[in-house]
Ligand binder design. Structure first.
Ligand SMILES: *[C@@H]1O[C@H](CO)[C@@H](O)[C@H](O)[C@H]1NC(C)=O
Ligand SMILES: *[C@@H]1O[C@H](CO)[C@@H](O)[C@H](O)[C@H]1NC(C)=O
Ligand SMILES: *[C@@H]1O[C@H](CO)[C@@H](O)[C@H](O)[C@H]1NC(C)=O
Ligand SMILES: *[C@@H]1O[C@H](CO)[C@@H](O)[C@H](O)[C@H]1NC(C)=O
Length: 211
């Protein structure tokens, strides 16, 4: 009798443990999605958006329900930001670097300005970074060389200056890099994606010359 009761108690303990663990997991997932929401609100807070492209970025809603934002259906984390052909001006928030599950960052054909935050080098799952046809300036952060999952780095048609960081040769050979139509200068890295013809560097009159 006693051993049967003990036998019954073990599954109960396991059940309680599983319940506690899954509550903790859910809470952790919610905290991460809250972090994603805060990061996106940080982006929006710095931008002028006269077209109201981001008007449904409502803090009361899940960011998974916002326009231009996609979440992973299972983990409920923000995985994609895709914004194009809208009149956004202002800078990219460094808080974007906290979107730990982001695979695609696509903000193109807008008027965003300022520098590319070095924090974007923390997006270890990033597959695609398209920030082309904007008004970004300053140097390309060396931290982008840490993006081991990156397949596309398209920064053409901006106002980027300074040398191409040699750290970018740490990107995969297969990464498609386009830096054309900027004002870059100095030597061109020779390794990684710069070995292959997909790296497009045209229309940087000072490239290969002195900075
Ligand atoms: C874009 O928005 C800014 C204000 O944020 C405004 O000054 C500018 O004229 C707008 N450009 C176009 C093409 O609508
Ligand atoms: C994007 O930039 C390219 C040059 O890099 C330019 O030819 C093209 O017109 C731009 N597109 C738009 C929609 O501004
Ligand atoms: C690079 O270019 C070659 C030839 O144009 C193409 O076959 C290959 O798919 C491209 N690779 C990438 C990563 O874009
Ligand atoms: C790089 O961007 C320029 C300007 O938009 C474009 O003309 C060129 O075709 C692009 N290069 C590649 C390899 O896609």
């Amino acid at each position: 009798m006693a051993s049967m009761a003990a036998g019954a108690r073990v599954p109960l303990a396991v059940t309680v443990l599983v319940a506690v663990a899954s509550t903790m997991l859910l809470a952790a997932a919610a905290a991460d999605l809250d972090g994603d929401r805060d990061a996106l609100l940080g982006l929006r807070g710095g931008l002028q958006d006269p077209d109201d492209a981001l008007s449904n970025w409502n803090p009361e809603l899940s960011p998974c329900d916002w326009s231009h934002v996609t979440c992973d259906g299972q983990a409920k984390r923000v995985t994609e930001i895709v914004i194009g052909f809208v009149n956004l001006s202002g800078p990219l928030s460094p808080e974007l670097g906290k979107l730990g599950q982001l695979t695609r960052l696509w903000i193109s054909y807008t008027n965003i300005q300022g520098t590319i935050p070095e924090e974007l080098g923390n997006l270890e799952n990033l597959n695609t970074m398209h920030l082309h046809n904007n008004s970004l300036s300053g140097q390309i952060p060396a931290s982008l060389g840490k993006l081991k999952s990156l397949k596309q780095l398209h920064l053409q048609q901006n106002r980027l200056t300074g040398p191409i960081p040699s750290e970018l040769d740490g990107l995969s050979d297969q990464t498609s890099v386009n830096l054309s139509n900027n004002d870059l200068c100095g030597p061109i890295p020779t390794d990684g994606p710069f070995k292959n013809i997909n790296s497009s560097l045209a229309d940087n009159p000072r490239l290969s010359g002195n900075c």
